[in-house]
Design a protein around this ligand. Structure first.
Ligand code: F6P
Length: 373
């Protein structure tokens, strides 16, 4: 009997999603004679039964296109905003999965999607996930698709900022995305030759950064490029956050945990202006004119790099093969040159941050990049 599979994309979009949809769909249809449908806008499309048939013509011409032809959302199956309130829509999703006679559901996403997919797996659905995010922070995979494209864009930004920083003898701070992982900032900073790189994994001391810049200026380099990950925190802020997290872990009642969670969220909101604050502090401490560039969603848009197209195609076709073999409850991880299924329980709720002994960190230190510590 021909299998029926569904595909959805959830979380923030990332380059390579369409390449992955195309790979799953084409391999499923052409090599295994499966019927493939897509759900629109992440898990919401599964709740609202908004589908699109992913046949040959729908899958044609999408390899090089950015974003996702299916649309996406950050809606969670068990806490979905519906008519002004958040509802648990798990049962509706299960009913719609069966209504479409699905043998498997392929969820393309990052850390949040892994958790949501795991939740559905625990409710009996046959799930396979693919790791996508420009943040590169999904556990148990060498890399995620979207990262290479974003890395290229952020590196080009560092390259371009060099000439204007140099001409004006300025400090230019570049904020890049990455959520609470420093892969993008570290990679782009290193590839672009930044003088300072600040990442969430290494809390920074603004005086150490200012000293490094002053030393450059005394050595005749009147400009500096500082690449900052959006999640980077000063040592004080990181200590405060660690205190709050410890209090949350030790909280005895649900009410207390909820109150501390609200404090953590408020604290994180305050940190949103962190790079602007840092830019001003550096100007004050060094007396060098400083400017801030926030790269933002430019990093997520546009056509995927060749590396991301290849990765998405490798993982997407492997997903179709796994469904054919009825291997479910797994994420298709990139491992070396290949693709391997990893049980979802080893992925959900985990995040892969930059290890402090990572070769990129070592190289950065060896060439004299200031990492803020
Ligand atoms: O997870 C990808 C990401 O781009 C993060 O780097 C960033 O923090 C977040 O999404 C931004 O999300 P949104 O597009 O919903 O503002």
């Amino acid at each position: 009997m021909a299998k029926h599979i569904g595909i959805l994309t959830a979380g923030g979009d990332s380059p390579g999603l369409n390449a992955a949809i195309r790979a799953v769909g084409k391999a499923a249809e052409r090599s295994f004679a499966m019927n493939v449908i897509g759900f629109r806008d992440g898990f919401r499309g599964l709740v609202e039964n908004r589908t699109v048939r992913l046949n040959g013509s729908a899958l044609s011409g999408i390899l090089t296109i950015g974003g996702t032809i299916l649309g996406t959302s950050r809606d969670k199956p068990h806490r979905m905003p519906m008519g002004g309130q958040e509802l648990d829509m798990t049962e509706v999703i299960i009913a719609n999965y069966h209504k479409h006679n699905l043998d498997a559901l392929v969820c393309l996403g990052g850390g949040g999607t892994m958790k949501n997919a795991y939740h559905l797996m625990q409710h009996g659905l046959n799930i396979i996930t693919l790791p996508k995010t420009i943040d590169n922070d999904v556990a148990m995979t060498d890399v995620t698709f979207g990262f290479d494209t974003a890395l290229g864009i952020a590196t080009e930004a560092v390259d371009r900022l060099h000439s204007t920083a140099h001409s004006h003898h300025r400090i230019i701070v570049l904020e890049v995305m990455g959520h609470n992982a420093g892969w993008l900032a570290l990679g782009a900073g290193l590839a672009g030759g930044a003088d300072v790189i600040l990442i969430p994994e290494i809390p920074y001391d603004v005086h150490s950064v200012a000293d490094a810049i002053l030393q450059r200026s005394q050595g005749g380099k009147g400009f500096s490029i500082v690449v900052v990950s959006e999640g980077a925190l000063s040592k004080d802020a990181a200590a405060r956050l660690a205190e709050l997290e410890a209090a949350r872990a030790a909280a005895e009642s649900k009410k207390e945990r909820k109150a501390i969670k609200a404090q953590i969220e408020a604290f994180r909101l305050e940190q949103l202006n962190n790079t602007m604050r840092l830019t001003r502090q550096l100007e004050e401490l060094t007396r060098l004119e400083s400017r801030l560039t926030i790269l933002g969603h430019l990093q997520r848009g546009g056509t995927p790099s060749a590396v991301d197209r290849l990765l998405a195609t490798r993982l997407g076709t492997a997903a179709a093969e796994l469904i054919e073999q009825e291997v479910y409850g797994v994420m298709v991880a990139a491992r070396g040159e290949g693709a391997e299924p990893v049980p979802l329980e080893q992925v959900a709720g985990k995040r892969r941050v930059v290890p402090l002994d990572h070769p990129w960190i070592r190289s950065a230190r060896l060439i004299g990049v200031n990492l803020g510590d």
